[in-house]
Design a protein around this ligand. Structure first.
Ligand SMILES: [Mn+2]
Length: 372
């Protein structure tokens, strides 16, 4: 039995305020592209079952574009005549009972089976039972739902459990409504042939279990996610379970550092060869308040002309006295200006200009106090 497991596709997610040639947010388009790549793989691999473990959409009320895209792709999957089972994650579950769950739009597809009612649902075929546990807003209900799942384990068929949660505290995403699977119910995993998990955005087995896996997300929903590898799981379930992780192509994220103590050399030594179309994050380190004023963001961005985006993080040099951030705020325009004159002029000339500058600045201050 061949199963293709993917998850956390977050359709409709957008970021970075960059619009592509089709007038779509570039990051949003990246998520559609990742999804399309997986659909193409499904067509090639032709698994016996396709499963998605939650967060199909980024929001519980997705945009028209996200919904339209999903419907187009689901139609392609539908035509393959392969059962496709999906559960709701925390992102696609409405927070109140007043709004209708979005996964309901797939109810009328012949080969698509959705589980979104915040309760255990058994989805049964000739050779396998999918024990689905979608996201629950009220996790005090979880225990009874897990017990229902346990009671439905079949002796004669394969058993596959599908959930969207953190198993142990390790896989928490610091998001609204996420829940932790109760540790004292983890023994159920050994009664399952495969436990397919969603929520955690990296691929991997969970702890000591050889049959419990997160497929990871298909793209990164945060720039804190530095993973350059995203994909899906191709599981083969015969006597034994074989897990294969298949990578897709996603936009790269690159982290670069510039040492501002040796600015010119550090820039010359930068490797920018891997930054084509990438999300680039540059850390300027060892900054002083004055060098920070001198180094413009534009100047740094120009070093990476082929990147899709460049974000700059400024890190100040540690000093013995007060923190440099405080120093930076404490430096007035007057002090900065005087510092500049000091560097540029002879001592005597500096003294003369200094008194002149101080005089002008105090006049200016008086003036601005009056008008305020
Ligand atoms: Mn997610």
């Amino acid at each position: 039995m061949k199963i293709l497991h993917f998850s956390d596709t977050h359709l409709g997610f957008n970021d970075l305020d960059i619009i592509n040639y089709e007038n779509i947010n570039q990051r949003e388009a990246d998520f559609y592209d990742a999804f399309s790549q997986i659909v193409e793989q499904i067509k090639t691999i032709k698994p016996d079952y396709i499963i998605h473990t939650g967060d199909l959409f980024h929001r519980s009320s997705p945009s028209n574009r996200a919904i339209t895209f999903a419907l187009e792709k689901f139609k392609e999957i539908e035509s393959l005549d392969i059962p496709f089972i999906l559960i709701a994650g925390n992102h696609s579950t409405p927070r109140t009972n007043l709004s209708s769950p979005i996964l309901k739009i797939f109810e009328n597809f012949k080969n698509i089976y959705v589980s979104y009612n915040q309760e255990y649902k058994k989805i049964e075929f000739d050779d396998v039972i999918f024990h689905t546990l979608p996201h629950l807003n009220d996790d005090s209900k979880a225990l009874t739902q897990i017990e229902l799942c346990e009671a439905n384990i079949s002796e004669s068929k394969k058993n596959i459990m599908m959930m969207h949660c953190s198993v142990g505290a390790w896989y928490l995403m610091q998001e609204f409504g996420e829940w932790v699977y109760p540790t004292n119910k983890e023994y159920i995993f050994s009664k399952m042939d495969y436990v397919a998990l969603g929520h955690w955005h990296g691929f991997g087995a969970v702890g000591k279990y050889e049959n419990v896996y997160y497929s990871g997300s298909s793209e990164r929903t945060s720039l804190n996610d530095k993973r350059n590898s995203k994909g899906f799981i191709f599981a083969t379930l015969e006597e034994n379970l074989t897990i294969e992780y298949k990578e897709i192509n996603i936009r790269a994220i690159r982290q670069k550092e510039i040492d501002c103590e040796d600015f010119e050399t550090s820039i010359q030594n930068l490797d920018v060869g891997d930054c084509l179309d990438a999300i680039v994050e540059v850390k300027l380190k060892n900054l002083t308040p004055l060098s920070s004023i001198d180094i413009q963001n534009k100047q740094i961005k120009d070093i990476f002309p082929s990147a899709m985006s460049v974000s700059i993080k400024r890190e100040f040099k540690k000093s013995d006295s007060n923190s440099d951030i405080q120093n930076l705020e404490a430096i007035s325009l007057e002090e900065y200006f005087l510092e500049h004159i000091k560097e540029e002029s002879e001592d005597k000339e500096y003294e003369r200009l200094k008194s002149k500058v101080q005089e002008l600045f105090s006049k200016y201050e008086e003036l601005s106090y009056d008008t305020n």
